[in-house]
Design a protein around this ligand. Structure first.
Ligand SMILES: NC(=O)c1ccc[n+]([C@@H]2O[C@H](COP(=O)([O-])OP(=O)(O)OC[C@H]3O[C@@H](n4cnc5c(N)ncnc54)[C@H](OP(=O)(O)O)[C@@H]3O)[C@@H](O)[C@H]2O)c1
Length: 263
């Protein structure tokens, strides 16, 4: 199936490793011109080089913090100046710390809102009007399966990510008439650096080994294994494509079946 991504200009936020990197790589393989960001220059530049070598595609990279509205604004402006337009934006960030309610300070709630919700707002404000100009766009938010099924110990993710889902659904309603789709993707347990950190935090809190933690996750997943970043990226590339033109306002789990609810 030709996804129709050749020549499209895509921004993938927080993309020097893990899910973001896999999405940027997949979009580049499909012929999109890709722009990536993350905070650490060295890993960002290495990822940009790796993608260029693998796909032969153009990759634009800028180090920035997605919580910083000004930096996001400058980045999106630079992408437009460099590639001439912005067609696709995939939002992403690091995850908030794994916490229980009793251990969580007010400042940590504010940080989670900056990291997960406001970072998405910053990208939406900058990219949607640019997509509207051309009457075509794809805005995709990466959240977590916690928006469908809260996970013990992931208080901040369980609480703040659903606000991103609400934002995405509302944007889908407001921007659908301009040829723009807005969808949310919800990863389950997918083998990335973040997941290793999370397994270490859970192991320390519960006084068990990391292997015990990973085994307990696998037992909950009907697929019986962790996901691979490239399995996640393939679904995002489809949602970003011409072929997904009538998929709008959904929240799609890519989770091996761990969400037990009907929707
Ligand atoms: N992997 C999973 O199983 C899973 C499941 C559900 C949800 N998620 C969520 O999906 C997101 C991505 O997870 P991942 O597993 O891909 O994590 P990862 O492997 O740790 O990668 C995170 C990426 O985000 C960048 N980043 C972090 N904070 C940033 C910031 N403030 N500004 C700009 N870039 C930032 C990191 O680079 P720098 O550190 O250099 O900035 C890195 O490129 C997280 O929110 C995570 O909680 C993951």
């Amino acid at each position: 199936m030709d996804l129709g991504l050749k020549g499209k200009v895509a921004i993938v936020a927080a993309a020097s490793s893990g899910l973001g990197r896999a999405v940027a790589t997949e979009l580049s393989k499909e012929g999109a011109r890709v722009s990536i960001c993350a905070r650490t220059v060295a890993t960002l530049e290495r990822t940009a080089d790796d993608i260029r070598k693998l796909t032969g595609g153009e990759v634009f990279a800028r180090a920035l913090d997605v919580r910083n509205e000004e930096e996001v604004g400058r980045f999106v402006g630079e992408v437009e100046a460099h590639f001439g337009r912005v067609d696709i934006c995939v939002t992403n960030s690091g995850g908030p710390p794994s916490k229980l309610f009793v251990d969580t300070r007010t400042e940590e709630w504010r940080s989670a809102i900056d990291l997960l919700l406001l970072s998405t707002v910053h990208f939406a404000k900058e990219t949607l009007p640019r997509m509207q100009k051309h009457g075509w766009g794809r805005f995709i938010t990466i959240t977590s399966y916690t928006v469908k099924q809260p996970v013990d110990g992931l208080l901040l993710s369980n609480s703040v990510r659903p606000a991103v889902t609400g934002l995405a659904k509302t944007l889908a309603n407001e921007y659908g008439k301009y040829g723009i789709t807005v969808n949310n993707v919800c990863p389950g347990y997918t083998a990335t650096e973040r997941l290793s950190e999370l397994s270490e935090a859970v192991a320390a809190r519960n006084k068990v080994t990391v292997d015990d933690v990973v085994d307990s996750w696998k037992k909950q997943i009907p697929a019986g294994r962790l996901g691979k970043p490239e399995e996640f990226a393939a679904v995002v590339a489809f949602l970003a494509s011409e072929r997904a033109s009538y998929v709008n306002g959904t929240s799609l789990a890519i989770d091996g079946g761990i969400v037990r609810g009907l929707l």
